[in-house]
Design a protein around this ligand. Structure first.
Ligand SMILES: [Mg+2]
Length: 271
């Protein structure tokens, strides 16, 4: 049995009225595996640059990871804007970031397609979510919270995953995802929207996320941020790299998943 790692605050300052969930890694593990794909793609391109050829594999990996880390949780195209800059810095000639994005999606979609098929063929959605997700969402709804799903992944893909996982009905506040025009969407924009449309203070918002962006955005308005650092590959235990990002972003708690519902519920609501 795990316990919650209390990093900043043990309890929310006031009773939460709305909750914002990141999707991939926080609710769904359908896209687990995107991280190694992206690192592999970066390394392949950086290795081919004139200055990259002179660097060791460890050095290149560090450069790639540092860059990727800064853009996690945003729309994927931002990863490739940064990749273009890295390639230029190493005196290489980059392609269009949109082309890099397409290549990334080709690899990722092979994994996603296979998991969609499993779900369509009757796999229990519990197998492809962070453990305890269904119970957590039901519990938050019982306490009257409005639930929002907010993902950097393109909205149509998010909706498809949510539907196959049979999660649509939980998110009464809405499902928001990345848009074709990347500048028209950010998690910070949705945070503002949630506060305005519910007429609540930042402190009444609770965020669940496994990445820097959403955690930072919820903390930025004075909300309570739960950092979910599940190792997505094994669906068990803490991913230390994720934990690190979440600590930097200011998470109040670190948890691996939602299986310790008794503790989660009592700390959030029975202070
Ligand atoms: Mg995520």
């Amino acid at each position: 049995m795990f316990s919650i790692e209390i990093v900043r605050r043990e309890y929310p300052a006031v009773r939460p009225k709305a909750a914002m969930f990141d999707f991939d890694g926080t609710v769904s593990v359908i896209r687990a595996g995107w991280h190694p794909i992206l690192i592999g793609q970066f390394l392949k391109l950086l290795r081919e640059t004139p200055k990259g050829k002179l660097l060791s594999e460890t050095e290149l990996e560090q450069i790639a990871k540092n860059s990727i880390e800064l853009n996690i949780g945003k729309q994927p195209i931002y990863q490739f804007y940064s990749l273009v800059q890295l390639i230029q810095k190493l005196e290489g000639t980059p392609s269009d970031p949109e082309d890099y994005l397409k290549e990334y999606y080709r690899s990722l979609f092979e994994i996603v397609r296979c998991r969609h098929e499993q779900l369509q063929n009757g796999l229990d959605p519990q197998e492809l979510v962070v453990p305890g997700t269904f119970d957590l969402l039901a519990m938050l709804r019982r306490y009257g919270l409005k639930l929002y799903l907010v993902s950097g992944t393109e909205e149509e893909f998010v909706r498809k995953d949510v539907q196959l996982l049979r999660l649509t009905d939980y998110f009464d506040g809405g499902i928001f995802g990345g848009q074709k025009d990347a500048s028209s969407f950010s998690k910070a924009m949705i945070v503002d929207k949630i506060l305005k449309e519910n007429n609540i203070a930042g402190a009444e918002l609770i965020g669940f996320g496994d990445g820097y962006t959403e955690t930072h955005d919820v903390k930025g308005v004075g909300g309570f941020a739960v950092g979910v650092a599940l190792n997505e590959t094994t669906r068990q235990g803490i991913d230390l790299w994720k934990r690190d990002q979440l600590l930097r972003a200011g998470a109040d708690w670190i948890i691996p998943d939602y299986t310790d519902m008794v503790q989660i519920e009592s700390k959030l609501f029975e202070k």
